[in-house]
Design a protein around this ligand. Structure first.
Ligand SMILES: [Zn+2]
Length: 126
């Protein structure tokens, strides 16, 4: 493996996809198609881990991690909102669109919130 890129998260995903498609090829009718797709995933995984073009593979990994973090970040925000639903409330700043988390105020009041990003105040009815 001297001078080769090695194994990373994207190679792992490609290997897992290969296993999933190999399993699908055993049960789902166009068997040859799923088998072919699985083989392509496996070949890509091997190609990436044995590649000598390390800069290119790192760029691919960076792009992959950006997409992965966007997807996981979306679900993490949903999870946090659900976890904090009894103690906190989330508002969006009308000026810079950043989401602000505030301690849940009593209902039927107008509260003034100062945005931590743009430092401009805005009012919200609770
Ligand atoms: Zn703001």
């Amino acid at each position: 493996m001297q001078g080769r890129y090695g194994y990373d998260e994207l190679c792992l995903l490609l290997s897992v996809m290969a296993v999933v498609f190999f399993a699908l090829s055993l049960f789902v009718p166009p068997h040859w198609l799923f088998y072919l797709i699985a083989f392509v995933f496996l070949a890509l995984s091997w190609f990436r881990s044995l590649s000598k073009n390390i800069a290119r593979r790192q760029k691919e990994r960076y792009s992959f991690l950006k997409i992965k973090n966007k997807i996981f970040g979306f679900f993490r925000r949903i999870k946090n909102r659900f976890r904090d639903r009894k103690t906190h409330k989330y508002y969006k700043c009308p000026h810079c669109k950043v989401t602000v988390r505030v301690k849940k105020p009593p209902k039927g009041r107008v509260i003034s919130i100062t945005c931590p990003k743009c430092a401009r105040p805005f009012d919200k009815k609770t």
